[in-house]
Ligand binder design. Structure first.
Ligand code: DGL
Length: 273
């Protein structure tokens, strides 16, 4: 199976695109809703939670896990890849969502000025500027943390008038800091749910990159280049959902993300507190 992990519901925006582009594989989605949001947690806490969740997906039979969470990609991916996987199973793979976005930005900006919106954890980690500058040293990257956006989405408030206030606030902050920005990366998998409001408050001509499509195309490329891994993935076209919190609440919220009914099982998250 392909495991898809997020702190909560946001990773469903990535999973949805995987199901459109690569429907042949079997997917197992894990949302650590009991501990979401991750965005304000320390490096060590995000690493500990993410590692336990990745381990769970591995034990369920996933050969590949996508951290469909920028915060986990920023704070836990490298350590899991370097420190943990070699001891578990060197053939097992874990990939994140930041590198694919860094690869994509240069093809989108004309001014060379890029904005990144993310959780506090993602922004403070500087993962986006670091990854972008490794590939495109001349791009100017400005980041703004949007700590209210994940709670708005997790609580189903993304359509409410209250959400407009916080969407406008963070976008204004970004463009005040660099008015030449013409490309904005939504560096959190929850943010596509706010897309209609984000577009409303951005000047015409500013392009918004959301991760689902970009990450799914990069995954397709990756699997074409890694035939040994690709051949180990099962092809039943199924998708299962697991949450560490209440299954009914998960099903209710997940339906908004997926646009269809979803049923979930519960994993209590042993070893996590
Ligand atoms: N959706 C996640 C991300 O992409 C996590 C948000 C959070 O848990 O704070 O960063």
């Amino acid at each position: 199976m392909v495991g898809v992990f997020d702190s909560g519901y946001g990773g469903l925006t990535i999973l949805d695109e995987f199901l459109k582009l690569l429907p042949q594989y079997d997917y197992l989605y894990l949302g650590d809703n009991a501990r979401a949001p991750y965005g304000t947690r320390s490096f060590n806490t995000v690493y500990r939670y993410t590692k336990a969740c990745v381990r769970y997906l591995y034990e369920q039979g996933c050969q590949l896990v996508i951290l469909a969470c920028n915060t986990a990609s920023a704070k836990a991916l490298r350590t899991i890849q370097q420190r943990d996987i070699p001891g578990w199973d060197p053939r097992f793979r874990v990939l994140g969502v930041i590198r694919p976005m860094a690869e994509a930005v240069a093809g989108c900006t004309k001014t060379g000025h890029v904005g990144v919106l993310g959780t506090q954890g993602t922004v403070l980690s500087d993962s986006y500027p670091i990854e972008i500058h490794k590939l495109w040293p001349d791009l100017k990257v400005t980041q703004v943390a949007c700590p209210m956006w994940v709670p708005l989405v997790e609580n189903g408030e993304y359509d409410s008038p209250g959400a407009d206030y916080f969407v406008q606030k963070y976008l204004e902050e970004l463009l005040n800091r660099d008015p030449a920005i013409d490309t904005v990366v939504l560096g959190c998998t929850h943010y596509p749910l706010l897309m209609h409001k984000i577009v409303k408050y951005l000047p015409a001509g500013v392009r918004v990159l959301s991760q689902g499509e970009i990450v799914s195309q990069r995954l397709q490329d990756y699997l074409q280049r890694h035939g040994d891994l690709e051949r180990r993935l099962s092809r039943g076209g199924t998708c299962r959902y697991v949450t560490t919190d209440d299954v009914d609440a998960f099903a209710r919220h997940a339906q908004h993300f997926m646009g269809r009914p979803v049923t979930a099982a519960c994993w209590s998250g042993e070893g996590l507190s």
